[in-house]
Design a protein around this ligand. Structure first.
Ligand code: SOE
Length: 380
């Protein structure tokens, strides 16, 4: 694995828990952890159970004893590492968004297809049992024709002007701000649950234009490391309207200035026969509404998705013993490990990441020139 901070922790924990709760066809072996700071990566490897460390990702990729490369580094490094890994015949999983640009994402997709390696992108929220069950209900036609997909992904960790200029706030490292970091998750959920998006229009806002220089300090914390100020070059918030190919009406909002919301990743889907509603901060619940309930009891009801019937949930505890954020990574990486053993493509993969990047790019273009932008699928 290349990287070892927030996502490095989530992925390392997940690999170690897969054989604990599932019967994988092969147990992942944590062979090598890679990071530039030797002392820090050795400490992380010790803590998270990696057998060895590397400080140059090129050396890691050249190792014969490595089958899979897991990329959890900042967005601007994804393309170079993934393409080199594909050329070395390694299977690849990378954190989202796939790349900085559509051009990079295209080259990543072409590289993994050319070298016939298994590839996946870590849109972990697809793998929450309640979200999987929502998809089951929709695919079974329980909601009927879908009228609305509505998603808000709201955080507030950077509302303090003293929060430093971390990599997530620099376009040359992150690609975009709230849009690509959290909006990309909502776009992936929209594609997973409802279908492809035809066209978008959007607006973005940057509330704080300058911040003290600094760096990530684990999780979503930042540490100021100079009294110099730097320019924020990404969006702090984005609002999007989208028309889906199947006629669904889509509205999205992603913000890091939604004071009081820590990781409020939510969606609501309204159909002719019913609706579903999900909120990551109450991730085990799925609120459902069906028009054929008796009139006297009609209303949203809350289902706790910890039954055998709810995908992945039955692997853990008896009903009602809920699970957490970290379990979504266990489910995703379990599916990745199975796909690598079977040498087949899991979902979401680099093609999903590329389409996501096309949508992110269209949103940015639309916000720039106040236009509607069609998604250029035909160029894939
Ligand atoms: C920061 O916004 C972040 O860590 C995202 O990068 C993750 O993808 C999301 O799952 C939680 O918030």
């Amino acid at each position: 694995m290349i990287g070892y901070q927030f996502m490095g922790k989530a992925h390392s924990h997940a690999y170690r828990d897969i054989p604990f709760f599932f019967e994988p066809k092969a147990n992942p072996i944590l062979k090598a952890l890679c990071g530039r700071n030797k002392e820090a990566v050795e400490e992380a490897a010790e803590k998270m159970g990696w057998e060895s460390v590397e400080t140059d990702w090129r050396q890691l990729i050249a190792r014969e004893d490595i089958d899979v490369i897991d990329i959890v580094t900042p967005n601007h490094t994804h393309a170079e590492i993934a393409i080199a890994a594909a050329e070395a015949g390694k299977h690849i999983i990378t954190e989202k968004p796939l790349a900085l640009t559509v051009e990079e994402a295209k080259r990543m997709k072409e590289a993994v297809e050319k070298h016939n390696v298994v590839h996946m992108i870590c849109h972990n929220y697809r793998f929450v049992p309640a979200v999987q069950y929502a998809k089951q209900l929709i695919d079974e036609g329980k909601l009927g024709r879908i009228f609305h997909f509505r998603a808000n992904y709201l955080q507030d960790f950077i509302i303090d002007p003293a929060f430093p200029l971390i990599w997530r706030l620099k376009k040359e490292v992150s690609g975009s701000g709230a849009l690509g970091d959290i909006g990309a998750h909502s776009i992936d959920l929209a594609r997973f649950l409802v279908g492809e998006i035809d066209e978008v229009t959007a607006m973005t806002q940057t509330f704080i234009e300058e911040r003290p220089m600094g760096e990530m300090a684990g999780g979503l914390k930042g540490a100021v490391n100079s009294d110099e100020m730097g320019k924020v070059t990404v969006d702090d918030a984005v609002a999007i309207m989208a028309r889906f190919a199947n006629g669904t009406f889509g509205t999205f909002e992603a913000s890091r200035f939604a004071t009081g919301n820590r990781n409020k990743n939510t969606f609501e889907i309204n159909g002719e026969k019913g609706s579903v509603r999900w909120d990551m901060e109450n991730m085990n619940f799925l609120d459902v509404y069906f028009t054929d309930d008796d009139k006297g009891v009609q209303g949203f009801r809350r289902v706790t998705c910890t039954e055998e019937e709810h995908p992945y949930a039955g692997a853990y505890w008896p009903p009602g013993h809920i699970i957490g954020y970290e379990h979504s990574f266990i489910h995703l990486l379990y599916e990745f490990v199975e796909a690598v053993v079977d040498k087949r493509q899991p979902s979401p993969d680099f093609k999903d990441g590329y389409i996501n990047q096309l949508i992110l790019d269209a949103i940015e273009k639309s916000a720039e020139d106040k236009s509607w932008q069609s998604i250029p699928y035909q160029t894939e």
